[in-house]
Every structure is written in structure tokens, then in C-alpha cells.
Design a protein around this ligand. Structure first.
Ligand code: HEC
Ligand code: HEC
Length: 352
């Protein structure tokens, strides 16, 4: 009997050893700090129940984001086209649009993605959900042209990734799904909310006369009338994340949303980009056709082109646009530059 007791205890000891792998899985919840203005003006960020943020998951996603192991020939990482100093965009990196479209697409900046309540990503909204959007470039033939099986095999054979996935997800068996989850976790922590205009709204900075006048031009339905699509003091994202045809072309090489929905009323519609961080994100528009903010403003002022699907808000298309004076244009630009967030591109949490 004495021996039996010993064996039972020994057996428990062995069992506790074999379940050690599960014990290692004690991820620590990541505390996403919600900026004051976002908390005031916006609903909670989208964090799927099956992919909560953890310190281990975010750290793993950050590592993967700048690792060339994710590309087919191991020459490109996500960071290749999404550089922190360009607000995670890249002035010289383009990719193709949806299948069958000829136009090339300007690399998008990455910030405040957890507040894209539509959850439709890319210029044309072709990807639903951030997890899907982050896996797309890996397999996209003209981005990282990887084969997911190949890449997960590579990660599973790596000297440190299996352990890091174990810490983040409780399994060292790496799948494409878990790669997507880790990178999406990191993406959700990328927040930009410290521009001069943010500080102004919080009473911590004041605007120059030109900046203030520019804001009025932006908000006025008689002048710039920009706020319907690009946010306001009540929408600190500076985008509605909706799809519009803002009068760039009379005919389209890239159908945008139209190629996704198959409905001609959506032809030439693209997602309104956030106007934060324009200082770092040139060139502008889905195809990068404008290299300066002045060119963008001239477009809305007198360069609009009519097409069937043009947004009703482009209401002065018959006279080319909203027709701003030189002073109004300069002031509007001064205001747009107050949405620049220098602290964001210097945030050590995002540096690799
Ligand atoms: C070759 C350049 C390139 C690489 C590499 C690349 N991207 Fe992108 N990224 C783009 C372009 C271009 C777009 C816009 C795509 C479109 O509209 O079709 C984009 C869009 C996105 C978006 C959508 C942002 C939004 O607001 O809708 C996310 C998120 C993203 N990329 C994350 C990643 C991640 C994560 C990786 C690595 C796994 C990656 N990208 C690799 C060029 C690249
Ligand atoms: C009807 C909605 C709508 C209105 C109104 C509107 N925009 Fe836009 N804006 C868009 C869309 C959609 C895009 C992207 C279009 C594309 O790439 O094809 C865009 C793109 C831009 C960009 C380029 C940003 C980037 O990162 O590429 C800037 C800057 C901009 N708009 C500023 C303004 C200003 C200033 C006004 C007012 C004079 C204004 N917009 C009015 C919808 C709108």
C-alpha cells in the first residue's frame, strides 16, 4: 500500500510534467490605451473575441511585420512597403488592384485600423476584417508572392518562432491563421492621436489664424465642404471609411469598389483615406497621382471630372469644383498640416 501511494504521487508528477506545455501558455492581456478624443467621440475599437490583444501576441506580430521570412523569396517584409517614418506607407511602393484592373495601387498608411468600423480594408474594400487583410499581401503575387504552406513550414522550422507562437497562442504549431492573428494584433496597437489639432481640441495647443481659417474652409458647405467624407472635430479618425467617387476621372482604369461589387454605380469609388499624417504619406490618392497637397486641393477646387457614379457631394462639378481663392487654398493646407503626428512616427513601440 505504501508503495501504491508513492506510485500514485509519482504518476501525478509525471502527468503534471506532460501538461507543462499548457502551463507555459499564460499570456498577459495587452492594455490598449485609448486616446482621450477617441474615447469621447468614437465607439470602442474592433477587437475580435477570438483574437484578444496580448503582450506576447503583439510582440510576435511586430516581429513578423518586419521579417522577410514572410515573403516568397525572403526579400520583402511588410515594413518594406509600410515604413514607420512614412506613417507606415511608402512613397515608392505600389501594388496591383483587384483582378482584372490595370491600375496600380499606392501603398496605404497604417494607423487607427481598429477603428475602421466598416472592417473593409484596402482602397476598394476588397478584404473584410483585419486578419484577412494582413494575410492577403503575403500571398499576393505582386506583393510578397508567398505560398502559405511554404511560409508556415519555414516558420515551423525556425529556431525561435515555434516558442514565440507557443507563448502567444498556446501552440507551437504555426498556421497561416495564427500568423494573421499575431500581425493583426500588432496592427491594432498602431494608433495616431497626437497631432497639433488633437492637442488643440484638448486645449493644449492653439491654432494660427491661417490654420483656423483653413479649418473653417474645410468645415464650410459653401467653401471646401470636406468634412462629410474626411471627419471633423467630432470624428478624430479624419475619414468616414466609406467609398466615394471624388471626381478624379471621367473613365476608369481601376474600377475600385465597382470591381468588387460588380455594380456600375460603384465604379471609381475608393475608400476615403484619413487626412492624418499627409506630411508623411505622399503621393496621394489610390494611384498616387498627386505628389503634393497643393495638387490635391487644386483637384477639389477646379479639377473635378464628371462620371455617372460621382458623389453628390462633388456638387460643383459643373464648374470644376469648389473654387477656392489662393488664400483659402493656402489656409486649407495649413490646417491639413495640423493633422501631422510627429510623436506617432517616433513612437518607440512601433520601431523595429
Ligand atoms: C509590395 C508592397 C506591400 C507589401 C510588401 C505589403 N503591403 Fe500592405 N498594402 C500595400 C498596398 C499597395 C495596399 C493597398 C492595397 C489595395 O488597395 O489593393 C496595402 C494595404 C494594406 C492594409 C490595408 C490598410 C487599410 O487601411 O485598409 C493593411 C492592413 C496592410 N497593407 C498590411 C500589410 C501587412 C501586414 C503586410 C505584410 C504581411 C503588408 N501589408 C505587406 C502594399 C504592400
Ligand atoms: C465625397 C467624399 C469626399 C469629399 C467631400 C472630399 N474627399 Fe478627399 N477623398 C475622398 C476619397 C474617396 C479619396 C480617395 C480617392 C481615390 O484615391 O481614388 C480622397 C482623397 C483625398 C486626399 C488624399 C489622401 C491620401 O492619403 O491619398 C486628400 C488630401 C483629400 N482627399 C482632401 C480633401 C479635401 C481637402 C476636401 C475638401 C476640399 C476633400 N478631400 C473632400 C473623398 C472625399
Amino acid at each position: 500500500m505504501k508503495h501504491l501511494g508513492f506510485y500514485i504521487i509519482f504518476l501525478f508528477f509525471l502527468m503534471s510534467c506532460s501538461s507543462k506545455e499548457d502551463d507555459v501558455y499564460t499570456p498577459v492581456a495587452y492594455n490598449l490605451e485609448i486616446p482621450e478624443l477617441f474615447a469621447d467621440k468614437l465607439i470602442a475599437p474592433i477587437i475580435p473575441a477570438d483574437n484578444p490583444l496580448t503582450i506576447e501576441g503583439v510582440a510576435l506580430g511586430k516581429k513578423l511585420f518586419s521579417d522577410r521570412i514572410l515573403s516568397g523569396n525572403q526579400t520583402q517584409s511588410c515594413a518594406h512597403c509600410h515604413k514607420l517614418q512614412e506613417a507606415f506607407s511608402d512613397s515608392s511602393q505600389f501594388s496591383e488592384g483587384a483582378e482584372g484592373n490595370l491600375g496600380s495601387r499606392n501603398s496605404m498608411p497604417l494607423f487607427n485600423l481598429a477603428w475602421n468600423f466598416e472592417e473593409r480594408f484596402a482602397w476598394d474594400g476588397k478584404e473584410f476584417g483585419l486578419e484577412n487583410q494582413v494575410i492577403e499581401p503575403i500571398v499576393n503575387p505582386i506583393e510578397m508572392h508567398g505560398d502559405l504552406n511554404e511560409i508556415t513550414k519555414r516558420l515551423n522550422g525556425h529556431h525561435s518562432y515555434p516558442d514565440l507562437f507557443q507563448l502567444a497562442f498556446g501552440t507551437s504549431e504555426i498556421s497561416g491563421d495564427l500568423v494573421a492573428k499575431a500581425v493583426a494584433q500588432f496592427m491594432r496597437t498602431i494608433i495616431s492621436a497626437n497631432s497639433k489639432f488633437d492637442k488643440y481640441l484638448l486645449g493644449k495647443a492653439s491654432l494660427t489664424a491661417a490654420e483656423e481659417n483653413g479649418f473653417n474652409v474645410f468645415m464650410s458647405e459653401e467653401k471646401g465642404d470636406c468634412f462629410h467624407c474626411h471627419g471633423s472635430n467630432n470624428n478624430p479618425l479624419w475619414t468616414d471609411n466609406q467609398f466615394h467617387n471624388n471626381g478624379l476621372d471621367a473613365t476608369f482604369t481601376d474600377l475600385g469598389l465597382g470591381a468588387i461589387s460588380g455594380d456600375p454605380v460603384d465604379n471609381g469609388k475608393f475608400r476615403s483615406p484619413s487626412l492624418r499624417n499627409l506630411t508623411f504619406t505622399a503621393p496621394y490618392m489610390h494611384d498616387g497621382r498627386f505628389s503634393s497637397i497643393e495638387e490635391v486641393i487644386d483637384h477639389y477646387s477646379e479639377g473635378l471630372k464628371f462620371s455617372e457614379s460621382i458623389d453628390p457631394l462633388m456638387k460643383k462639378v459643373n464648374i470644376g469644383g469648389v473654387g477656392l481663392s489662393d488664400q483659402e487654398k493656402a489656409d486649407l493646407k495649413a490646417f491639413l498640416l495640423t493633422l501631422t503626428d510627429v510623436e506617432f512616427i517616433n513612437n518607440p513601440a512601433f520601431k523595429n
